[in-house]
Write a protein that binds this ligand. Structure first.
Ligand code: SAM
Length: 269
């Protein structure tokens, strides 16, 4: 089907297959073709690129990606969408749809096996698991070129605020640079969510340091407490000495430490 996002096409597909957007799966379908085209235009996707899309929905974004990319591999959790996607994307030969919870996908393996020199992730993420999905992508150690994700506007603003440190923002800083590319009005979705969205992009620079996850999880267990209190579970009676060797004030809160502080601490794991 051409231009799936057109209102008449979306309505036709949702009616024909009796699909009601599922809250449980965070379904808000994009229904503005111009916005979708604009999103795809801003990505570095070309014929040498394999795109991995999380949650194709009824295929509105997938279709536009398939016209620009060499290949698109989609992961969709909602098996009710199988018949819809079979019809809506039938004329595209370069799309693979896998019905699987993305959080259980071995992304590193998928990227290695896809055979493309450049792999990008592009997705209108289900908001209920935005952070889990981003963490799953980053910690997978998959060799990605970039990530382009639609998230809630407030989340995008936090993730791109250089003064805001959380385990996820520190993980992102560890692998590359993040930017907020575009604000998207809530009115271009069906059903419309309560708040606006935004597109963030992460351009990969470094391989993820897998030890970072453990140190961040331990350090932020109780984020109102000092770094000393959080880390003493892990480093026991060596905590003060390790913090001192890393030149970290034990009275600081976890969000006051920099990425380099945490990288330094991973050496003691
Ligand atoms: N890409 C479509 C669009 O832009 O119109 C749909 C986006 S909708 C916000 C999120 C999509 O992610 C839905 O299709 C939903 O079923 C799917 N989804 C939710 N949780 C998922 C998961 N754990 N793994 C894979 N897909 C998931």
């Amino acid at each position: 089907m051409k231009d799936i996002a057109k209102k008449s096409n979306t309505d036709y597909l949702l009616n024909k297959y009796q699909i009601k957007a599922s809250k449980k799966f965070g379904q808000n379908f994009l229904i503005d073709l111009n916005i979708i085209k604009k999103i795809v235009e801003t990505t570095p996707v070309d014929l040498e690129t394999c795109v991995i899309e999380i949650g194709p929905g009824i295929g509105a974004l997938t279709e536009q990606l398939a016209m620009k990319a060499g290949k698109v591999i989609c992961f969709e959790i909602d098996t009710r969408l199988k018949d819809v996607l079979d019809e809506s994307l039938s004329e595209y030969q370069n799309i693979d749809i896998i019905f699987q919870d993305f959080l259980t996908v071995d992304l590193k393996k998928i990227v290695e096996e896809c055979g493309y020199p450049k792999v990008c992730i592009v997705a209108n993420l289900p908001y209920y698991i935005t952070s889990d999905i981003l963490e799953h992508i980053i910690t997978s150690q998959a060799d990605l070129y970039s990530i382009h994700a639609m998230v809630q506007k407030e989340v995008a603003q936090k993730l791109t605020d250089i003064h805001y440190n959380s385990p996820l923002t520190l993980m992102i800083k560890c692998i590359g640079n993040i930017s907020l590319d575009m604000i998207i009005s809530k009115n271009v979705f069906n059903p419309a969510p309560h708040i606006d969205s935004a597109i963030i992009s992460i351009h990969m620079k470094e391989k993820y340091n897998s030890l970072l996850t453990e140190i961040l999880k331990k350090s932020f267990t109780q984020k109102r407490k000092t770094i000393y209190n959080n880390l003493k579970q892990l480093f026991k009676d060596q905590t003060n000495q390790i913090l001192s060797e890393c030149h970290i004030n034990p009275q600081m809160r976890p969000e006051q430490l920099t990425l380099s502080d945490y990288i330094e601490l991973t050496k003691y794991l």
